[in-house]
Design a protein around this ligand. Structure first.
Ligand code: VG1
Ligand code: CO
Length: 542
C-alpha cells in the first residue's frame, strides 16, 4: 500500500525567512511538494508513532497539498495526524495545538502575507515540538536533503474526507479531522479575562475586525462576536477564500485600505484590527490613528500584566533588529532585558523556551508571547482589548501618553519590490563596502554613531547567524536599516527601515514621512538605491 516513487532533486527548495514560498505554478510541478515534504521527514528523527499537526490558511492549492501530506506522513510512520477541518488552521493555532497535545511537530501551509490564487504564492513550513518554526539548523538540513533526494514514499489510498470532523485511518496511522478553532479559543480564555472583555462590548464599545478573506475569519467570528458578544458584523471578510477575494492579505494601511479609510473617517468605530493570510500578523488602528507595529509592541509590553496570563509580569522583551527601539525604552523603564534578534519568528523560540523573553515583536505587524511559538494576530487584538477595557480611553490617547512617557520613535518601512536580483545585491554591496568608514561621518544634521552588518549570537544554543541586515545608527537614536526580503517570490525585495527618536512632546505630532525626511535622504545617498534600481520611489511605504 505504500508506494516508493523515484524522483530527482529540484533546484531552489531553500526555505527563507518563514518556510519555502514559491508561486503556485512552481508548486504544481510534478514531485515539487513531495520532494520537499519527504526532505522534511528525512531530516527528522524519532517520530515513529508520534503526532503531526497539519493545517493551512486555505489559499489556492491548500486542499491538494493537505492530501499529499496526509498520505506521505502516514507512509513515513507518524502515528496520528491532526488536521484542521477543510485543511484549515491558522499559524498560531497550529503552534497552540502542537504544544497542547505534545505533538512531534507540525506542517503549516501558507505563504502568509503574500497574495494567493492560481498565480499567487504558496508555502510550506515545518514547525518543531515547541510549536515554533524550525530553526536554521533544521531548515539548512532540509535544504541539503532536497539536493540529494532520490525517492519519496506515499500511501496509495483515496483522498481522506477532511470536511467531516472525526477519525479515519491510513494504514496504521489515525487521521483526525479537528475543529481548527476550539483549542486556540480555549487557550485565549486562559490568558485573558473574557468577562471583562464582554463587559467592554456590552458598554457599547464598537470595533471592526477585517479578516481580509483569510484564515482569521472563523477565529475572530467565534471569539470576538461569539464569546465576547461584539455586535454581528463586527468581523468582516470572515470567510477564508482560495484567492483571499483578491485582497493582498498583508495587514498594513496600504493593503487594508477599507479599514484604514473607515478608521480615519467620521463613522469610525472605537477600535479597528486586521490580520494576514495565515493569522499571525495584526494591524491595530484607533479612531484617527494607525498604531505602528513597533509602537504596538512597546505599548503591549508595558501593559501585558493587565491580562491574567501575564499578571506576574514579564521576564524580557525580544524584538527583531529592524523593529524600532520603542520597546527598548519600555524594557529600560521596567528594568528588564531587551533582546535584538534577526528577522523571523524562529529566532525568538530559544529565548521563549528558556524563559528569557515573554513578549516578542516585529515591525512587520507581528506580536506574540510565550503562550505559543509563533506570532499571533488575534492574541494581540485581545491584549489591546484588555488594555482598552481597563483604561476606557481612545487608542489615540493611550498612544500619545506612551510617547509622552517614553518618547516617540517615528518609524517607516520603504519596500522596493520586484527589483532585479543583481541591482538589489548591488545596493547591499555598495552600503557594505562603506560600512566600516561611516562611523563619525556627518550627513547634514545626522552624524553616524555606528554601523555594521548585523550578526546574532543566540545566547541559548550558542549558534551564530551572520549577514542579517546592514544598519546605520545615528547619534540621537535615528537609524537606517537595509535588508533583502526572504519571503518574496519575484526578483528581490529591498527593505529600508527608517527611524527617528523624538523625546520632546512638542515635536511628536509631525506626519511620519516628513519627520523622517533627513534619515530618508541619507539612506538614499549612502545606498544609491534610486540610481541602482532605477526606481525614484519605493513601491510600498508603510
Ligand atoms: C517578512 C517580515 C518578517 C516576518 C516574515 C514572516 O520577512 O519582514 O518580519 O517574520 O515576513 O512573516 P522578509 O524576509 O520578507 O522581510 V509571515 O506573517 O509572512 O509568516
Ligand atoms: Co503571516
Amino acid at each position: 500500500m505504500i508506494r516508493t516513487v523515484p524522483t530527482t532533486p529540484i533546484d531552489g527548495q531553500k526555505p527563507g525567512t518563514s518556510g519555502l514560498r514559491k508561486k503556485v505554478p512552481v508548486y504544481q510541478q510534478p514531485h515539487y511538494v513531495e520532494n520537499f515534504v519527504q526532505s522534511i521527514f528525512d531530516t527528522l528523527e524519532g517520530f515513529a508513532g508520534k503526532t503531526l499537526i497539519v493545517g493551512g490558511d486555505g489559499r489556492f492549492y491548500n486542499r491538494e497539498v493537505v492530501q499529499k501530506i496526509l498520505k506521505m506522513a502516514a507512509a513515513a510512520g507518524f502515528g496520528r495526524i491532526k488536521v484542521g477541518q477543510g485543511g484549515l488552521m491558522s499559524t498560531p493555532a497550529v503552534s497552540a495545538v502542537i504544544r497542547k497535545y505534545g505533538a512531534f511537530g507540525g506542517i503549516v501551509l501558507s505563504a502568509s502575507h503574500n497574495p494567493g490564487g492560481p498565480d499567487g504564492d504558496f508555502g510550506i513550513k515545518y514547525n518543531i515540538g515547541n510549536g515554533g518554526p524550525a530553526p536554521e539548523k533544521i531548515t539548512d538540513a532540509i535544504f541539503a536533503r532536497t539536493k540529494t533526494i532520490g525517492e519519496y514514499k506515499i500511501a496509495d489510498v483515496p483522498d481522506v474526507d477532511i470536511d467531516q470532523l472525526g477519525e479515519a485511518k491510513i494504514g496504521d496511522t489515525v487521521v483526525e479531522v479537528v475543529d481548527p478553532v476550539a483549542d486556540y479559543a480555549e487557550l485565549m480564555q486562559k490568558l485573558f479575562d473574557f468577562d471583562a472583555l464582554r463587559t467592554l462590548f456590552k458598554s457599547g464599545f464598537t470595533m471592526r475586525f477585517d479578516a481580509m478573506s483569510a484564515i482569521t475569519g472563523p477565529y475572530a467570528k467565534r471569539i470576538i462576536e461569539g464569546l465576547l458578544g461584539a455586535a454581528p458584523g463586527t468581523v468582516v471578510n470572515d470567510t477564508p477564500l482560495p484567492d483571499f477575494g483578491g485582497h493582498h492579505p498583508d495587514p498594513n494601511p496600504v493593503n487594508a485600505h477599507d479599514l484604514y479609510e473607515l478608521m480615519m473617517g467620521p463613522n469610525a468605530p472605537d477600535f479597528g484590527a486586521a490580520s494576514d493570510g495565515d493569522g499571525d500578523r495584526n494591524l491595530i488602528i484607533g479612531r484617527g490613528i494607525f498604531v505602528t507595529p513597533s509602537d504596538s509592541l512597546a505599548i503591549l509590553a508595558a501593559h501585558a500584566d493587565l491580562a491574567p496570563g501575564y499578571a506576574k509580569g514579564i521576564a524580557g522583551i525580544a524584538r527583531s533588529m529592524p523593529t524600532s527601539l520603542a520597546a527598548d525604552q519600555v524594557a529600560k523603564a521596567m528594568g528588564i532585558k531587551i533582546y535584538e534578534t534577526p528577522t523571523g519568528w524562529k529566532f525568538f523560540g530559544n529565548l521563549l523556551d528558556a524563559g528569557l523573553a515573554t513578549i516578542c515583536g516585529e515591525e512587520s505587524a507581528g506580536t506574540g508571547s510565550n503562550h505559543i511559538r509563533e506570532k499571533d494576530g488575534v492574541w494581540a487584538v485581545l491584549l489591546w482589548l484588555t488594555l482598552l477595557a481597563k483604561r476606557r480611553q481612545p487608542v489615540i490617547h493611550i498612544v500619545r501618553e506612551h510617547w509622552a512617557k517614553y518618547g516617540r520613535n517615528y518609524y517607516s518601512r520603504h519596500d522596493y519590490e520586484a527589483v532585479p536580483t543583481e541591482a538589489a545585491n548591488g545596493v547591499m554591496e555598495a552600503i557594505r563596502s562603506q560600512i566600516s568608514s561611516l562611523p563619525g561621518q556627518s550627513f547634514g544634521k545626522l552624524k553616524v554613531h555606528s554601523a555594521d552588518d548585523f550578526a546574532y549570537h543566540d545566547p541559548v544554543d550558542g549558534s551564530d547567524s551572520k549577514n542579517q541586515g546592514l544598519r546605520i545608527l545615528f547619534e540621537g537614536g535615528s537609524r537606517a536599516v537595509f535588508r533583502l526580503s526572504g519571503t518574496g517570490t519575484e526578483g528581490a525585495t529591498l527593505r529600508v527601515y527608517l527611524e527617528r527618536y523624538e523625546p520632546d512632546t512638542a515635536h511628536q505630532d509631525i506626519e511620519t514621512q516628513a519627520a523622517l525626511v533627513d534619515v530618508i535622504a541619507v539612506a538614499r545617498k549612502i545606498s544609491g538605491i534610486v540610481e541602482k534600481t532605477g526606481m525614484a520611489e519605493p513601491t510600498v511605504v508603510t
